[in-house]
Write a protein that binds this ligand. Sequence first.
Ligand SMILES: Nc1ncnc2c1ncn2[C@@H]1O[C@H](COP(=O)(O)OP(=O)(O)OP(=O)(O)O)[C@@H](O)[C@H]1O
Ligand SMILES: [Mg+2]
Length: 635
Amino acid sequence: MSMEGAAWSSLWSTMRSDKGDGGISKDTLRRTIQFAKPYSRKLLVFVLLSVVSAALAVATPVLAGQVVDAIVAKSAVDVVVKLAGLIALVALLDAGLSLVIRWISANLGEGVILDLRTAVFDHVQRMPIAFFTRTRTGALVSRLNNDVIGAQQAFSGTLSGIVSNSVQLVLTLIVMLNTSWLVTVLALVLLPIFLMPARRFGRRLAGLRREAANLNADMSTQMTERFSAPGATLVKLFGRPAEESREFAARASRVRDIGVRTAIMQFVFFTALMLVSSLALALVYGLGGALAIGGSLNAGDVVVLALLLTRLYAPLTALANARVDIMSALVSFDRVFEILDLKPLIVEKSTAVSVPPGPLAVEFSDVRFAYPSADKVSLASLEDVAVLDTRGGEEVLHGISFKAEPGQTIALVGSSGAGKSTIAQLLSRLYDVDSGSVRIGGVDVRDLSFDGLRAGVGMVTQDGHLFHESIRSNLRLAKPTATDEEIWDVLQRARLEDFAKALPDGLDTVVGERGYRLSGGERQRLTIARLLLVQPAVVILDEATAALDSTNEAAVQAALGEALEGRTALVVAHRLSTIRTADVILVVEGGNIVERGTHEDLIAASGRYAELHDTQFAQAVAAVTEAGTSEADQS
Ligand SMILES: Nc1ncnc2c1ncn2[C@@H]1O[C@H](COP(=O)(O)OP(=O)(O)OP(=O)(O)O)[C@@H](O)[C@H]1O
Ligand SMILES: [Mg+2]
């Protein structure tokens, strides 16, 4: 790209990206510079080459002026040929140099994208579960895409634009003023007439662009939510497809309108700039020509001035908008930094130890817990709310104490919302307790390393999530080194062997989004198989509340038997068959343990457990024979 081309395109991007400056701190600027540091050598080379390239761009008009002067003076032919040869050489050099400059700036820009993307991805992965329960996935993904690209433009667009425009402007002005200060000054008089409306224009255009970006984000949120298997099911069952389509169409047509207006405004802007510089050109020819006839200027000088003028207007306009451009780039950086600044609530201690070997005891001592408030874990802009909730969450667990001896199975039962899943999540350290402690093999879970925790504690969650991948890779998530033999072994133990063998693609069968192509029972057994692959010392099962048909029920029961064999287990149980196998049953109500004992003890005590037994578990047994596969759990 020629210098002129670069100037024009950076001018255009300047006009597009006017976002206004909303409270950018010095800190952001400092950190942005910090981010550019690894690229300082490339940046230096870039600036130096830009200077050379700008000098070359000015050289051609000067040489052209000398050609004209030689013609007027009727010099020897070889003078003109030599000058023409020089012009050709400059063109060749310029082309080569442009390529190198473009290569460097592309490298800079893409390098920054890479750095920011990996930093954000890495950081988001470390965020606590609480963060993910609050943020909108769409907003987060857009942060990774749009804002990172916005930040990249700061380097490849803004920075290169400003550097090359300034250099070009200064050199061009020096040569023009040297040639004829009078003509130069008069030619510039027209500029403000253009610049003032141009800035307003830019702001209007930016407003439109922002609106389109928001609309696009809304559309993609609507699509990601509605086009997922559970979302689509919901729309089919309860939604109003016609209304959804209307809403979508309204947004899409607004985007179309904005597109048309932007195109027109863009055209008007370019045409206006062309017009103003053409008028200035007329002035140069008129005034310069008159001066040349009067003898105070050479014919060649008029040509030099005319040629240079076209290289003056674009950089001038671009630089006039540079401040806004920088601001908008900083806004993007700021939005990325905002994510990087979120503190992960759950961190690994530097002194973390691994889980001791062998069957382990599990102990909760006076555990109190409230789900963290929004301002601790999240960002308003990601939650789609204006102000974050600062209220501390209400305490959900009020002093839970129990102990499971190595190899024992503890069953948690209780009403919906009692706190059973919460207890399970504290044991696998998805959250940290507010007071009290959770110990595995005598070690506080907060003192365990993340790797140790993953190897030592296995959990099957209530929703039994699977990725939209093959059965093999879903299982290998837990153990990337697992061989096919190992996989078939755990499938057999989870009573899924026949099922998997009957599949057309076997282990390569893709389970569908969130495992929606499997029945509820199959999905559960697959998550149990995943757990069997790890062979953790401690097992946590958060049973789905859904009832299963009797075949599935028996299969899941058998799979569970395998999973619990010889391990310490915490089971959030909804089915009588699971509950009866437990060594101890804890009845949880309103965040407290209200009863504990064996099935027989508790039935004999005819308290809350006996009540639950009669109203829920016994009924569930009855329902088993009727219910088919059912997917959703109730929490
Ligand atoms: N991520 C969360 N943020 C805030 N509050 C939560 C969160 N998850 C659960 N709660 C609240 O904590 C309480 C206990 O929920 P929990 O999921 O532990 O119940 P549960 O006993 O597992 O119920 P179920 O049998 O229906 O699965 C409920 O009042 C619930 O509303
Ligand atoms: Mg639950």
